[in-house]
Design a protein around this ligand. Sequence first.
Ligand code: NAP
Ligand code: G4F
Length: 350
Amino acid sequence: MPTKNALITGITGQDGAYLAKFLLEKGYAVYGTYRRLSTPNFWRLQYLNIFEQVVLIPADLVDAGSMVEAVKISEPDEIYHLAAQSFVGASFEQPIGTGEITGLGVTRILEAIRQINPAIKFYQASTSELYGNGHSSSLTENSPFQPSSPYAAAKLYGYWLTKMYRESYKFFACNGILFNHESPLRGLEFVTRKISNAVAKISLGLEKELHLGNLEAKRDWGYAPEYVESMWRMLKEKEPDDYVIATNEAHKVGEFVEKAFDSLGLDWQEYVEVDKRFFRPQDVNFLQGDYSKAKRKLAWRPRVKFDKLVERMVKEDLERWARWQKGERFPWDAPNYPNESNILTRTLKV
Ligand code: NAP
Ligand code: G4F
């Protein structure tokens, strides 16, 4: 018999799928919201072999009634609010939609909790993007926020609403300020997976080149399965609080590229082109997180660091494409992803 009910918004995403697996292993009954799409998108849950073990509830963050319904149906002890328009690049294309989903979506779920059961524990997926530009040293829970994209501004709103409900209504509500975390389940539009997927295809002769934007930006990249555990740990504490989750190491995008090609014995300079289309109107040039508080209070620390992460991602994409070349078909996103040269947007205008 499951001991507790958890509701995960955004269970079809990278973190949602890993968190679902983690909570199932802890004995939770796991409910997850998904939005109606013209083509189903459950590949991560299938890939992790947990599709049959979770209960899915249709709900969209722009539809307050559907969020209320999801909370009523699942009767959760804990809600992990992970759903969002999560791609910074797209937020410049769709700033209003991003505000609705990533910003106001948080209020919709907080209101559902307030009306149905204020004792539900709440995790908000906050982000290192809150800090924005202008930093050059490791960031803590007390560093100033200066959002540099519509995505970051929407997340800042969600961050404050979470704090505000904690203080005003005594909610057990936590912000996890998570720095970039990646995995073989990462979406293909994000730079790490774009690179690992392209390197795998190039090495198998399925692609010839890789077009990228800003190679100078530095990010603090960790491993997603470890980061979802920190969410659960936050909700286990006596008091609700906010925590930075990071590795405290920053690497350039260019280093990720070099390491990824290198791991398959390829020279990146023969394949990579810097392409104006992938530069953003404004980028965040440096993000590195000091996770001391999480280490001290949650006994959490990162284990998979940069080198291992790059190797793991390239290896997995290579194995997938090799299986695909042999005719095997299994749930996985890459074969259905358009070549980015087919995509035309304001920021990607040629
Ligand atoms: P992701 O893979 O992009 O997943 C986002 C999830 O949100 C998907 O399940 C998506 O559904 C769902 N979603 C999008 N729009 C929705 C809407 N209108 N209504 C309902 N659901 C909607 O993101 P992730 O990497 O797992 O990240 C999880 C959360 O952590 C996000 O809030 C993200 O902003 C935040 N975060 C991520 C990182 C990171 O490095 N990964 C770092 C800090 C914070 P579909 O599958 O249908 O698209
Ligand atoms: O992989 P990215 O798109 O991730 P970004 O913008 O850091 O956002 C991710 O991490 C945040 C946490 O800090 C999350 F809140 C957010 O939801 C998301 O998960 O880009 C990383 C860097 C950027 O500086 C970008 O300009 O890579 C640079 N980059 C260079 N060429 C590129 C590319 N990014 C993408 N996506 N595609 C490129 O071709």
